[in-house]
Design a protein around this ligand. Structure first.
Ligand SMILES: *Cc1c(COP(=O)(O)O)cnc(C)c1O
Length: 388
């Protein structure tokens, strides 16, 4: 009997998931059905008119010259690396605190990921740590090839500082913007912040398809042309001659149709995410360590709202008891993933990434979360921390 008394109080509230894609689908279902039916009617399943329309709309949205719609965020990164000629013998500098794909794509093109620690406040790559990473790569006989920052949780990385640090070594930036489409820095939107930027349309990303998808964005004509070739088996136009090694890297017409529908409400959804982030920001400050708020200069796409707490796993368990969905992004820094063990020197010093991995906790976020639900999350976090 005492076990029952010790349990979290039973509430009559509905659970709050980390992501709620059902409400958005219900909001847009009529328009999405209509657009899918249109695509089925014309029958151009591969590179149909919706793909071209989406590419134009996304390029306009980001203020960038070229957008190439592709099969996933991971494939976008691989195609960007291939287009830039990154391969065997190259080092690519990636943050140690990110999704594993950021490093896996580097290995996929035959290059070596070199991990750079992140900034404790923003969770993004620390430009001040680039010099030592470049020196370490050179001492291993690698040729520095590119710097690949990630806009973690939707917040653009510090591109001006990263560009200065990369320029000092003659290195280009490749932006892993998988989580940040819709974000902006000094009035410039994600997609235009680096010479080449890679976006993901995985369903839970800020602009999500109903399946896999992604995009490569660039102002540079040569890079855009190369990515277009690589996307379709290395072919040029309608020719069957392979001009270079390519892949099956296209976005499906049906996913483009769905994304066109979602793009009509995307700005409103970004605003809603920012409102919710502001609620968390105002209510949670005394309880846990918060991500940096938006400012005039930096607009996050708020893909995730990720706080830091001590005893994170216990707090998470208490929230699960209260039916509040949470996420651990990321529980293991990249240099501790078995898949990357062979690329390590053994002398990696990445303390911030290690601390963050122990303390981060992502809270429910999405355009359909209500104020009332956000406040219930706040109360549950306060209760959970107080109970530990
Ligand atoms: C989601 C994600 C990717 C991969 O995108 P997919 O579309 O799932 O292939 C790459 N990098 C980061 C940082 C991501 O969050």
């Amino acid at each position: 009997m005492t076990a029952i008394l010790a349990r979290a109080p039973v509430t009559t509230h509905a659970p709050i998931p980390l992501f709620d894609l059902k409400r958005q689908q219900a909001r847009l279902r009529f328009d999405i059905d209509r657009r899918i039916a249109k695509a089925l009617d014309h029958g151009q399943y591969i590179l149909g008119p919706e793909v071209t329309e989406l590419e134009q709309d996304l390029a306009a949205f980001s203020g960038v010259k070229h957008c190439i719609a592709v099969s996933s965020g991971r494939d976008a990164l691989i195609m960007a690396l291939m287009a830039m000629g990154i391969g065997a013998g190259h080092a690519v500098f990636v943050p140690a605190f990110t999704f594993s794909a950021t490093a896996a794509v580097v290995i996929a093109v035959g290059a070596t990921p070199v991990f750079v620690d992140v900034d404790e406040a923003t969770y993004n790559m620390d430009a001040a740590r680039l010099d030592e990473a470049v020196a370490s790569a050179k001492s291993r006989g690698l040729t520095p090839g590119a710097v690949m920052p990630v806009d973690l949780f939707g917040r653009p990385a510090d591109y001006p500082a990263l560009k200065a640090a990369a320029d000092a070594h003659g290195l280009p930036l490749i932006s892993d913007a998988a989580q940040s489409f819709g974000g902006a820095l000094d009035g410039n939107r994600v997609g235009s912040l680096a010479p080449i930027s890679c976006v993901s349309f995985y369903p839970t990303k800020p602009l999500g398809a109903f399946g896999d998808g992604g995009a490569v964005m660039t102002d540079e004509d040569d890079l855009a042309a190369a990515v277009r070739q690589i996307r379709t088996h290395g072919r040029q136009g309608d020719g069957d001659e392979a001009m270079r090694i390519g892949m099956t890297g296209r976005l499906d017409t049906i996913q483009a149709a769905i994304l066109l529908s979602k793009l009509t409400v995307f700005k409103a959804e970004l605003n809603r995410r920012a409102e919710l982030a502001a609620i968390y920001q105002a209510e949670l400050g005394d309880i846990c360590t918060l991500p940096p708020a938006d400012s005039d200069g930096v607009r996050s796409a708020w893909a995730l709202y990720t706080v830091r707490v001590k005893y994170r796993d216990a707090v998470r368990a208490a929230l699960t008891d209260r039916q509040i969905g949470t996420g651990l992004f990321y529980r293991v820094p990249l240099h501790r993933h078995p898949a990357f063990a062979a690329t390590l020197t053994g002398s990696e010093h990445l303390p911030v990434s290690e601390t963050l991995a122990d303390e981060v906790l992502s809270l429910p976020m999405g355009p359909d979360l209500t104020d009332e639900e956000a406040l219930r999350v706040v109360d549950a976090v306060a209760d959970a921390i107080a109970s530990i």
